[in-house]
Design a protein around this ligand. Structure first.
Ligand SMILES: [Zn+2]
Length: 444
């Protein structure tokens, strides 16, 4: 094993790394903090039995090919160099040192060691996670071991990090000794009919998102409850050979038992918006046996980005509730009282229809008005809700796009130009033309 003060030798850039601290230990090896003369990096050093040539070759290949592109690519803590030590048969790899203080694992949230992310952050974390895997898959990789252990998130900002990227492979090509963590594995991998691929990654991603939203495994119902010995054959049966979703609308054989310990998932399922429940149902019914029916990363991204704009707080207890298209009223999941839905911006563009709730803090991002904008500009705020300082009941939508809008009043009077910096009044039926393709209507 490596000791503090040891020096390891890089293979790619002939750089030296001095080990300065031990950060943690995992199943495959230990992680150290090191200094490469220019700054701090992290070094993962394999236990001797895990230090096999195939692993070393794969990591060297990941370094050569580089991380997936775009914003999402930065969420993977990617290997930078392979390292060895004189007289030691093992090896390791170098990766960026990430300050993990603001990041949490799901298990830490469950144990109340870290704050529970709010609904808006949950949406953001979810679409960022799906988007990261989308970029990874587009780059030709598969992750093969998506699980709770390599998913970190900032509960406050909603930022996501994916760690332990040394098991990533080339889709349909690389052999792997890693089949994944059984709870997250696709049934066809558990039963040995398939090796991990982007398609089995989609299954694992759905399990991870289900854990993130429902705090429970999608197959842990009566069938698991009645197992006496929770051993490998039992797990194979529940996860691989006869998986039945606890909320399968047609097959009730694996419903949640009436045990108090199993009531939390039921509560979270009820609070989960229908658009997401539908995606989970498809993932764990049709998607179990038919990989072509699995929910794609893009579908998750779209669904969670929509939801991020559809959260209304209950006026009685401030609980966050999801509005869904068509709802005139919401019933609070927490106090069960009803309240009126806030007004909506209905935005139609070449990518379809979007609904954004009009709240004092609502801001429209460029991606909401221009679906095909560049990735760098998609998060740029291009319009914001403002309140008239003299009359807080009068709201407007301020144009921050840099270009003029065309405002078409609801009463049918002459269209008016709204230059950048000015606002249109928010009132039922008003419409705004933005650019060539986008139309925004105010619905109350
Ligand atoms: Zn309430």
């Amino acid at each position: 094993m490596l000791l503090i003060g040891d020096t390891v030798q890089g293979l790619l850039g002939s750089r030296h790394y001095r080990i300065i601290d031990r950060l943690g230990e995992g199943g495959q090896g230990a992680v150290f903090l090191a200094d490469d003369g220019r700054g701090e990096v992290a070094v993962k050093w394999y236990h001797r039995q895990n230090a096999v040539e195939q692993q070393r070759e794969m990591i060297a290949r990941l370094i050569r090919m580089g991380p997936p592109g775009g914003e999402a690519g930065r969420r993977f803590v990617w290997p930078l160099d392979v390292v060895t030590k004189k007289g030691d048969l093992s090896f390791g790899y170098v990766m960026p040192a990430v300050n993990l203080k603001s990041y949490a694992e799901l298990g830490q949230v469950w144990a109340r060691l870290r704050p529970t992310p709010g609904m808006r952050q949950r949406c953001r974390i979810s679409w960022q996670l799906a988007q990261a895997y989308r970029q990874l898959h587009l780059a030709g990789y598969c992750y093969r071991d998506i699980s709770m252990g390599n998913f970190l998130f900032d509960p406050k900002s909603g930022e996501v990090l994916i760690i332990d990227n040394d098991n990533i492979g080339i889709n349909q090509q690389s052999g792997s000794r890693i089949l994944g963590t059984m709870e997250f594995m696709a049934p066809e991998v558990i039963t040995g009919r398939q090796v991990p691929s982007t398609s089995t990654d989609l299954y694992s991603l759905a399990v991870l998102l289900f854990y993130f939203w429902i705090w429970h495994h999608p197959m842990h119902g009566m069938l698991e409850y009645n197992v006496r010995v929770w051993d490998i054959p039992a797990k194979k049966r529940i996860y691989g050979e006869m998986p039945v979703f606890i909320f399968d609308p047609r097959d009730g054989s694996n419903r949640l038992p009436a045990d108090p310990e199993y009531q939390t998932p039921l509560r979270f399922w009820d609070a989960c918006p229908k658009s997401i429940r539908d995606l989970f149902i498809r993932s764990f019914t049709d998607g179990i046996r038919n990989p072509d029916r699995r929910v794609t990363e893009g579908e998750w991204v779209h669904a969670f980005r929509q939801l991020e704009n559809q959260i209304a707080r209950c006026p009685h207890d401030r609980a966050e509730n999801f509005w869904q298209p068509g709802m005139k009223q919401l019933q609070c999941w927490h106090c069960h009282r009803r309240f009126d839905a806030p007004p909506r911006f209905v935005i139609s563009s070449s990518s379809g229809l979007k609904h954004v709730l009009v709240l004092p803090e609502t801001k429209l991002r460029r991606s909401e008005l221009e679906p095909f904008c560049s990735e760098e500009s998609m998060d740029e705020v291009v319009a914001e809700v403002i309140q008239n300082p003299n009359n807080p009941n009068v709201w407007g939508l301020r144009n921050l796009t840099g270009e003029s809008w065309q405002f078409m009043p609801a009463d049918g009077s002459e269209p008016r130009e709204v230059v950048s910096g000015r606002a249109v009044p928010i009132s039922a039926g008003h419409e705004v033309k933005i650019g060539y393709q986008t139309n925004l209507r105010i619905e109350v």
